[in-house]
Ligand binder design. Sequence first.
Ligand code: BES
Ligand code: ZN
Ligand code: MN
Length: 478
Amino acid sequence: MLVVRFRKTAPAGARRVLPALAGAALPEELRDAASAALFTAGHGVVLDLAPGPLLVGIGTPARLLDWEQAGAAAALALKGVPAVLLDARGLGAAEAAAMAAGMALGAWRFDAYRRIPAEEAPPRALTVLVDDARAARAAWRDASAATRACLAARDWVSEPANILTTRDFVRRLRLLSRQGIEVEVWGRKRLAREGYGALLAVGQGSASPPRLVTLRWRGTLDAPPVAFVGKGIVFDTGGISIKGAAGMEAMRADMAGAAACAGAMLALARRGSPCPAVAVLAIAENATGAASYRPGDVLRTASGRTVEVVDTDAEGRLVLADALHHAVSRFAPRAVVDLATLTGAIVTALGHHRAGLFGNDGALAAALAAAGEAVGEHLWPMPIGDAHREDLASDIADIRQCLVGRLLPDACHAAAFLRDFAGEGPWAHLDIAGVDTQDAPHALGPAGATGFGVRLLDRWVAMHHEEADHHPAPGARG
Ligand code: BES
Ligand code: ZN
Ligand code: MN
């Protein structure tokens, strides 16, 4: 991550970034150049006055997100500039820290497997010039937690499936114990003993064995945990119902839901959140082979319900069925949120700028949508109708996995399927298939993995689950 320092005096040799508010006067010596370029400090608009400063427009800021996005825009514009000076004199500590966080998000690249040419390379070091360095550093401690966690999720999602196998993903998740997160891993034997037949079936065609990973952050509040549940398919070939070759390489990102949940746990731990939280990650590879599960198979899930498999490419809902059941039966959480790159249908419906929001609890859905707006990760509410669930009636099992033919596309059916396994408490499902990666640079980063969900979940916890008396749990003390 971008190395960030806060100072009261400017180091020599760094390229200066100057934030500009709409309607505010620029320094005298820049005015002619700025007006010649018709620069009006519009939100996220940059004007490079090299060798002078890079101006970045803030517009009329209403939220810290506006400062983050301006920081990201500046970092995206500063290719080939290793050392940057952000002139944040006159800004509040929170605004300065938000701009630094945005610059770190914008400066992220996945360069594990290629050398980025010097003239293309993003900034590596940032000095933030501030009036009160102590206050700014304190604000940075909070802002940097979610930033680092988001970038960790981006890195995991970017790794190709020959490197990030199920075992390798688990190895990386075990490292979270350094941050005070407890990590428990179930392998094939334990999953079989406990009856996790859906996760086992999806993973059975691969040389990389399935795993159920539980991450736990104890927090300090005497309350039931919030639970995050993530789809962690390290590669999705479709299985026997094999996908077409075109675009299949994108399926290396089919573990983005699990990455986001793990990232959110990392954000809570780094921030020292008082809120108890668990993440249940269903990790497998959906491969083709002699051992693969088949259309027509009947699986017994951890909940005891049986499922008729119709299409082995609808593997996400199967692994989530076991993971959701695990979360609600083991932890009695106060709320469950699952994140999954679940359906192509949600991309058809909402495109690449919003994730689908499903669930069984209006207040939870509204709170998640508000948290998403606050961090620039937008959700849109989608329905689960009784008819969607009725369509899943099976002649041979308790429920059919999905539909074929005229009843497709099936983002709503997928959500209706999950609802059966999500227990009676508040539950929400985020279908992030369209937003886990982006083809072009976006408001908070370059093309590639976005880390969508990390900052959203962290913000949702901060807004709703960090006060002892906010949502008293049944029977909770205090
Ligand atoms: N991982 C895919 C969904 C996906 C599609 C994610 C495009 C990102 C981009 C999922 O496992 C899948 O294959 N879903 C099928 C379900 C269908 C067979 C019922 C789909 O949406 O086509
Ligand atoms: Zn998938
Ligand atoms: Mn699939």
